[in-house]
Write a protein that binds this ligand. Structure first.
Ligand code: DC
Length: 229
């Protein structure tokens, strides 16, 4: 079967990575969570005191960006882990401080250029599912299958809260809702590569879709595309 590029974009906490992982497993494709890469850069900026809630030393981050090493590696059980300068940071990048500051980091064109270059390299042989905000519009504008995911902000906040509390993080549902809506706003209004729906994307609103139904629907789209000459 022909290998394709599957680009999944959409609002935060719509289940993009869950769907992308499911697809990659089923099709035996590489899965890349591009948001994790922006989170890793943000963690790096926090750990080096370039950014906090009150300040942002953009120049210092921009000078350091090209020397950053961000890698996805599978562990013994086949679970993909994210490494930042050889240190495993998969859980650390999911904390609230990174979530609150990542939009500022992701708005920097220098950061985006660097990560987009890496992402394109990962997709050069196709057979890849990548999720993010600009995958179908900027990273892979020629992707064979583009999906744009959305759901109501309330549904997404509840899902994210469930996820965080299951991991033992103490968070307030209102704070999560606020983080999600403010990230939607920042992601959609930034000047470089804003979150917009590609014209040729399939819209997937999963507010009222079961994961099973959603997967069946998407597999149908995959089949249409992999059969095309
Ligand atoms: O998917 P996520 O919530 O983990 O992404 C974290 C942040 O990174 C999100 O606020 C927007 C940004 N992002 C981006 O600007 N471009 C991407 N391709 C992926 C994520």
């Amino acid at each position: 079967m022909k290998k394709i590029i599957i680009a999944i974009d959409g609002h935060s906490s719509t289940g993009k990575s869950t769907l992308a992982k499911q697809l990659a497993k089923k099709l035996d494709y590489i899965y890349v969570d591009s948001g994790a890469m922006y989170r890793a850069v943000t963690l790096f900026a926090i750990e080096n005191n370039y950014i906090d809630e009150n300040k942002f030393d953009k120049d210092a981050l921009i000078s350091a960006i090209s020397s950053l090493k961000i890698e996805f590696k599978k562990d013994e059980s086949g679970v993909t882990k994210l490494f930042l300068n050889n240190k495993e940071v998969s859980s650390k990048i999911r904390g609230m401080q990174v979530s609150n500051l990542v939009s500022k980091v992701a708005a920097l064109p220098e950061v985006r250029q660097c990560l987009v270059k890496e992402q394109r390299k990962m997709g050069q042989y196709k057979g890849i599912v990548m999720d993010g905000r600009d995958i179908g519009t900027v990273v892979f504008p020629d992707a064979e299958l583009k999906i744009f995911m959305t759901a109501s902000a309330k549904t997404r906040a509840q899902r994210r809260w469930d996820e965080l509390t299951a991991k033992g993080e103490q968070v307030d549902l209102d704070a999560v809702y606020e983080n999600i809506t403010s990230r939607d706003h920042k992601d959609s209004t930034r000047s470089d590569s804003p979150l917009v729906q590609a014209k040729d994307a399939h819209i997937l609103d999963n507010s009222n879709l079961t994961p099973k139904k959603q997967f069946e629907l998407v597999l149908g789209w995959v089949n249409q595309n992999t059969k095309k000459k």
